[in-house]
Design a protein around this ligand. Sequence first.
Ligand code: PBG
Length: 345
Amino acid sequence: RPVHPEPSGRPDASSKLELVQRPRRNRKSEWARQLLRENTLTVADLIWPIFVKDGHGERTAIGSMPGVDRLSVDEAVREAERAARLGIPALALFPYTDPALRSADGREALNSGNLVCRTLRAIKDAVPEIGLITDVALDPYTSHGHDGLLDTQGRILNDETVAVLVEQALVQAEAGADVIAPSDMMDGRVGAIRRALDGEGFHDAQILAYSAKYASAFYGPFRDAVGSTGCLKGDKRTYQMDPANGMEALREAALDIEEGADMLMVKPGLPYLDIVYRLKETFGLPTFAYQVSGEYAMIEAAARNGWLDGDKAMMESLMAFKRAGADGILTYFAPRVAEKLAREG
Ligand code: PBG
């Protein structure tokens, strides 16, 4: 029997279930939903990853990341100014290295005049209040696209790579990086970098360890953006983690903390929310999630096809990170979210 309100406006009590608990009562109106909301997303939760490329006054589109451009250093400074105006606390810098400067040993990573170092100096000069995070890994600089050095059989050498990563971290700290973020997944790199930073007087340089970084298909567009797609030989499964593993992430994080990590990162983001939750619950350290290039591309592709509401999907995905316990999110959506939050509160 269909339920119609009585003419008095009062529902027919006899047709009602006898429920003591009706969770929907708390969702009945916008004010109630606002009042009872458990998590919030603010501009202070955002880290904006940007791609830099040589040139002046230039922005080049990245095919697989619609809406994201590679920026020349001056354009990166402009975007840093915009980020600061919007209240975004920090940027993460990634270089598209001229192919002529890539080599088997990735030595351009150690050049104190390389693209990342020039960008660091230029942004620090113009926008000293914004936090700058740099990636420690060799892949944007190697001709083979791997994060480390290879032996003659093409295996990635751990300890030899760590020695180079330490130098790379020092070069970045020297150029003004506030946060050093090793994304290479070599064993022992956090400890080695911490000792070297302290040895050179960079006691305040923070380490954001990509503790749980998985060998993921979701990095595809990023490799496009930094120009390593074509050159990558094989895959990264001997150093990045197996997507099937969860306990191993706890072990990686525990080691990074013992070695001196100040903050942890999980990457990719949305498919690994269980890992974000477990790391935060277990260690309680500041924990970040990286909504990676493939996650961005999926949402953008669907939105541009009219298959979902891009803005809503963007906000929902970011809120999911907060609910899982992330302290913040690295996301290519950062400026768009910041603008939306500024408009709508
Ligand atoms: C480099 C690095 C990668 C990403 C961040 N740092 C790619 C990779 O490991 O192959 C991916 C970020 C993204 O997909 O947005 N070590």
